[in-house]
Design a protein around this ligand. Structure first.
Ligand code: HPA
Ligand code: ZN
Length: 343
């Protein structure tokens, strides 16, 4: 009998919530630290892994920003991204929309162009070798000022041809979307698409602000929408994609246990829920592991797994023709699975 894993792998999927800095595996971090003579506050890979016992978003961000210091030249960003893209291809991901945090690098004196050059080289290679399509999304650090974000936007606009959208990440509570209304308006005037993390640790009100004040196309995380039934109805009505990250949510204490995750309830309420890996090197699994974790813990049907894959394509920034092709391929895959189960 064909396994659930084989079925999930076979479904064509898009990953829409992936911080490329969050794919930095301990082994690569240690190797790059040696390459550049950077002293890490951890003696070896073992100690580093031991530091991954997070209690909340901030405890994770502290380690995540410290380790990003090993990323120095374009080859580092290329190697980081290509490792992720190879893995994504092996898991049946056909399209990726990747976040990066420009300020984490420019604040250390790494030129914006160095980061983009390395990422762009890897994405181009994945397109040629794996026929994998992509969009690049530059995120503003919301715990920095709006003025800093505006300065970063000016750099984003210099690379307008390779950056599709802007987003908002880092420490959420106390840094509502409203703080960045002007920055996002400016980005939209230049034709950039917009997304924002909201309702991960922050309240449902932040989700409303992201929709109403930032005019985002989708919400990253968004799981706290459930505390506001009217908002849940709106998200379903408007088919706003939520880029949910199950293993991340458990690692950072948004849900105490995976069995308590609300993904299935939101899916059954008709929301455009997608599954994503967020920062897989830190949270214990890439996309396939996230699908398997919710499938096992929440008992998702084959049809619901196909819906999650469909949502990832529908919620992506692919054009209508590409979406139609992938949606048809998902239908074929789901139908073949149904026949197999019935045989
Ligand atoms: N939330 C906020 N900021 C982040 C995250 C996240 O899940 N991952 C990387 N930066
Ligand atoms: Zn995230």
């Amino acid at each position: 009998m064909r396994s659930r894993e084989a079925y999930i792998r076979a479904l064509p999927k898009a990953e829409l919530h992936l911080h490329i800095e969050g794919t930095l595996e301990p082994e690569l971090a240690v190797r790059l630290a040696r390459k550049h003579g950077v002293a890490l506050p951890y003696a070896d890979v073992e100690q580093l892994r031991a530091a991954y016992a997070f209690t909340d978003l901030q405890s994770f961000l502290d380690v995540y920003y410290a380790l990003a210091d090993v990323l120095r030249d374009a080859d580092d960003f290329y190697e980081l991204a290509l490792s992720y893209l190879q893995r994504a291809r092996d898991e049946g991901i056909v399209h990726v929309e990747i976040f990066f945090d420009p300020q984490t690098h420019t604040a250390r004196g790494i030129p914006f162009g160095t980061v983009v050059e390395g990422l762009h080289r890897a994405l181009g290679e994945a397109q040629r070798r794996f026929a994998m399509t992509h969009r690049l999304i530059a995120c503003f650090l919301r715990d920095q000022s709006a003025a800093e974000a505006m300065r970063t936007l000016a750099e984003v606009l210099e690379y307008r041809d390779v950056i599709a959208a802007v987003g908002l990440d880092s420490a959420e509570v106390g840094h509502p979307p409203s703080k960045f209304a002007e920055v996002f308006a400016h980005a939209r005037r230049h034709g950039l698409l917009t997304v924002a993390h909201a309702g991960e640790e922050g309240p449902p009100e932040y989700i409303r602000e992201a929709l109403d004040l930032l005019a985002v196309q989708r919400i990253d995380h968004g799981v706290r929408c459930e505390e506001d039934p009217e908002l849940v109805r709106r998200l379903a009505r408007e088919q706003i994609a939520l880029t949910v990250c199950p293993l991340s949510n458990v690692k950072l204490g948004v849900f105490a246990r995976i069995e308590q995750h609300n993904l299935k309830r939101l899916l059954e309420a008709g929301l455009r829920v997608t599954v994503n890996s967020d920062d897989p090197a830190y949270f214990g699994g890439y996309l396939l592991e996230n699908y398997l974790a919710v499938e096992r813990a929440l008992g998702l049907s084959s049809a619901q797994l196909a819906t999650l894959a469909r949502n990832s394509i529908a919620g992506s920034f692919l054009d209508a023709a590409a979406k139609q092709r992938w949606l048809a391929a998902i239908d074929d895959c789901a139908n073949a699975e149904a026949r197999r189960a019935g045989a």
